[in-house]
Ligand binder design. Structure first.
Ligand SMILES: Nc1ncnc2c1ncn2[C@@H]1O[C@H](COP(=O)(O)OP(=O)(O)OP(=O)(O)O)[C@@H](O)[C@H]1O
Length: 332
């Protein structure tokens, strides 16, 4: 059942009334290397948050801290309202973690891996077998259930890993680079699985190096660079941070085209296709002013399209080697 139709009352102190993840000033160093230099994160319940960053940026370190595997040197975080430092056991009961440190044991079968997980969660045997069968079917692993997990493909192992995580019915799931090394079909299957988890009300915190993945899945994206969040926002907000965005007006009437071209400032003309390109951040305000101007000049364009830079452009602009560290909050 989607969480939005649940009508359970939420008291001010209940964990449900808190963001799924709220972190403040998280810091972590190894020796003299500062990996996280004070990062703040807020992830609302039932959303997907993507932490993007180049190799070694500190994504796994952030996941390990938030999932209680390591302690930060500074800062605080709460998962579903539970403080990491004072109630780590409550945090662990709320979360699931899969990723680079997979829990799958290759020597036993997929089914045995699942049953072992059910045991770890102290489920009664019958319930454990029921959930195992249900999850194996859901992740398309029923046929492979009796085979050793070492014989599974990369995609099957990731699916088994997530199925094992779901045995404990976590409300918040950390996925550390869930599709690294998967072929395109398996990657798309994994995206579908993640979308279904979120439809069921689960919050997903994922790390990825794939910009398309963040673009496809995440409600909000943070780019980690030099230990800080270099930018945070929706994919669209991030794309507006860097130049290159424009509005394209296309005309079929040459007179309308000429009249628009001669009165609009800062336009680039494309006389062959009767199209004009106007620099724009694609914001509602700028679009409105272009439309107002067209209306007041009595000019009708046949087509108006907004072009924003893609996430690759943003990523490279924000994490390039020469980029000084700066904190940019995209449209709060
Ligand atoms: N236990 C450790 N001891 C010393 N240095 C560490 C340790 N764990 C991580 N690091 C260093 O911290 C930095 C961040 O590592 P982390 O694994 O968090 O990065 P990442 O963004 O997940 O990278 P990748 O995409 O390559 O997995 C790296 O320079 C790494 O070498």
């Amino acid at each position: 059942m989607p969480s939005s139709v649940m009508s359970t009352p939420k008291s001010a102190d209940s964990p449900q009334s808190h963001p799924a993840i709220a972190a403040n000033g998280l810091r972590k160093s190894y020796g003299d290397k500062t990996v996280l230099d004070g990062i703040d994160l807020t992830v609302p319940e039932g959303t997907v948050f993507a932490l993007l960053g180049p190799n070694g940026a500190g994504k796994t370190t952030a996941v390990k801290i938030l999932s209680t595997l390591i302690t930060p040197d500074g800062g605080q975080a709460r998962i579903a309202g539970h403080d990491l430092a004072t109630h780590p056991h409550k945090v662990r009961a709320t979360i699931g973690v899969t990723g680079q440190f997979s829990a799958v044991d290759g020597l036993i079968t997929g089914e045995e891996n699942m049953l072992l997980m059910a045991d770890l969660h102290h489920l009664p045997p019958q319930e454990g077998r029921r959930i195992t069968a249900e999850l194996l079917a859901r992740f398309d692993l029923t046929d492979a259930a009796k085979k050793p997990a070492s014989t599974y493909s990369g995609g099957m192992k990731r699916r088994l890993d997530i199925a094992m995580t779901l045995v404990g019915a976590p409300r918040v799931i950390f996925l550390d680079e869930p599709t690294t090394g998967l072929d395109p079909r398996s990657r798309h299957n994994m995206w579908q699985i993640i979308r279904e988890l979120v439809t069921g009300g689960v919050t997903v915190f994922l790390t990825t190096q794939y910009l398309e993945e963040a673009d496809q899945l995440a409600d909000r994206i943070a780019v980690l660079h030099n230990g800080k969040i270099a930018a945070e926002g929706t994919a669209e907000q991030l794309k507006r941070l860097i130049p290159g965005g424009h509005v394209r007006l296309r005309f079929s009437d040459p007179d309308a085209y000429q009249s628009a071209a001669s009165t609009l400032v800062e336009v680039t003309r494309d006389d062959d296709s009767l199209a004009l390109r106007i620099p724009s951040d694609g914001s509602q305000r700028e679009l409105r002013s272009i439309l107002d101007w067209l209306d007041s000049a009595g000019i009708e364009a046949d087509e108006l399209t907004v072009h924003t830079p893609d996430l690759d452009d943003v990523f490279f602009a924000l994490t390039g080697p020469d980029r000084p560290n700066q904190s940019t909050e995209a449209a709060r």
